[in-house]
Design a protein around this ligand. Structure first.
Ligand code: DGI
Ligand code: FE
Ligand code: FE
Length: 378
């Protein structure tokens, strides 16, 4: 995006590649779209994934897509991005003259070998034959690997191979692959390593939340060690605590109904209050976490009367992890090493004040926890 000064980057997974058959264990068009959306989200607000080739169905000819894009953005300069291997044979694509009429071609080069004479010769040829605009985008920071080799590596990880495909993949996409069991991966979701649990959880949320989740993990582990509760469990509770944060109200309520989680009226209409309950349900029923992890995630938004030390640690880590910034956060960061109940009291008081200021109804568990802590500190 920097090199071409693009103000928009659209990632367009194809429905059916015209030039090669897809192997049977490959990702579905919908799954590829979801991975493209994860990547776009990670790239920032100027990137997006498009379902235009999925909607069109049939063979996904670039000529059709480029023409459609030109109709959508008639005044914009379009660049079609592709790997250098494709660039060298693009004249054999379906109706290449229709591609070049509306878009320039930008070829990625991953090593200096790519950018040699062959590239210049091809550029000259395309320019003479089609009046094509071409350019090269140099990406030395992208590690050289063919997608076929990466898919092999993904499968090999589950067959005792000494490989680490995670090195080549954006973490949420790696997690998505594991969660969906794509490309020969055989992750048992109920027995994931910390590394795999992180990736899978990150694949469920927006990229802007990752810093908060990482901060919560780091803080929860430190607090758990300090207060003598199991740091490994605190870590996993923190990794998963917000995994359903972006679910719509509908799926939130359905999931609670499915697992027999009773809801009051306020909860039934607040996705914000429900994400802690559905997050707990995912942790227990999908990821096989024990009951104390379930309980801590379940009450991490409102608290509840009778919280355990473990529950308080997740609640407070979520509240004051290093990315949080509000008046009083420094006081809370001091208190958590002295007295967990005093820190909880401060947190709940600030929360209630904030909710009241915004005219948001206080949940009975928020009030109940506050009353209990006040009673105890008197
Ligand atoms: O998920 P996070 O953003 O990391 O933090 P969280 O799980 O503590 O959720 C905070 C949100 O929950 C915030 O938008 C306000 C909402 N919330 C917390 N307590 C109450 C509440 N909403 C209502 N209606 N009542 C509460 O008592
Ligand atoms: Fe939360
Ligand atoms: Fe959180």
């Amino acid at each position: 995006m920097q090199q071409l000064e693009l103000d928009r980057l659209i990632i367009i997974p194809d429905f059916e590649p015209p030039h090669k058959g897809l192997s049977s264990d490959t990702a579905s068009p919908q799954q590829r779209l979801e991975m493209a959306a994860l990547m776009a989200d990670g790239l920032g607000p100027r990137a997006e994934a498009s379902d235009m080739e999925l909607k069109r169905e049939g063979k996904s000819y670039t000529a059709d897509t480029v023409e459609e894009l030109h109709e959508m953005f008639p005044d914009d300069e379009l660049w079609w991005l592709m790997g250098t291997d494709m660039f060298l044979t693009v004249q054999n694509w379906y109706q290449p003259e229709r591609i070049f009429r509306y878009a320039g071609l930008a070829a990625f080069s991953r090593s200096h070998d790519d950018t040699g004479e062959m590239f210049e010769e091809q550029s000259r040829y395309l320019s003479e034959r089609f009046h094509a605009r071409t350019t090269i985008v140099s990406l030395p920071q992208v590690r050289e690997i063919a997608s076929r080799d990466l898919r092999r590596m993904l499968a090999a990880e589950w067959n005792g191979g000494n490989v680490d495909p995670a090195e080549y993949l954006y973490q949420p996409i790696y997690g998505y692959i594991l969660k969906e069991g794509l490309f020969g991966t055989k992750a048992d979701l109920k027995n994931l390593s910390d590394k795999h649990l992180r990736a899978v959880s990150y694949s469920m949320v927006r990229a802007k939340r990752l810093r908060h989740i990482k901060g919560t993990e780091e803080t929860a582990v430190a607090l758990a060690k300090f207060w003598g509760v199991d740091p490994d469990k605190a870590r996993r509770a923190a990794i998963l605590h917000d995994c359903t944060k972006y679910w719509e109200l509908g799926p939130q309520v359905e999931t609670c109904d499915k697992y027999g989680i009773e809801l009051d009226e306020l909860e039934r209409e607040s996705a914000k209050l429900l994400h802690s309950k559905t997050g707990a349900a995912m942790a227990k029923y999908v990821f096989g976490e024990p009951d104390d992890v379930y309980d801590a995630i379940f009450c991490h938004t409102t608290g509840k009367p009778g919280m355990t030390t473990f529950d308080k640690i997740l609640y407070l880590a979520d509240y004051m992890e290093p990315n949080r910034d509000f008046d009083g956060v420094e006081e809370m960061r001091r208190l958590v090493w002295e007295d967990l109940d005093q820190a909880m009291l401060l947190g709940l008081e600030m929360n209630v004040e904030d909710l009241q200021g915004r005219g948001v109804p206080i949940h009975r568990n928020t009030q109940g926890t506050l009353d209990e802590l006040r009673g105890r500190s008197q």
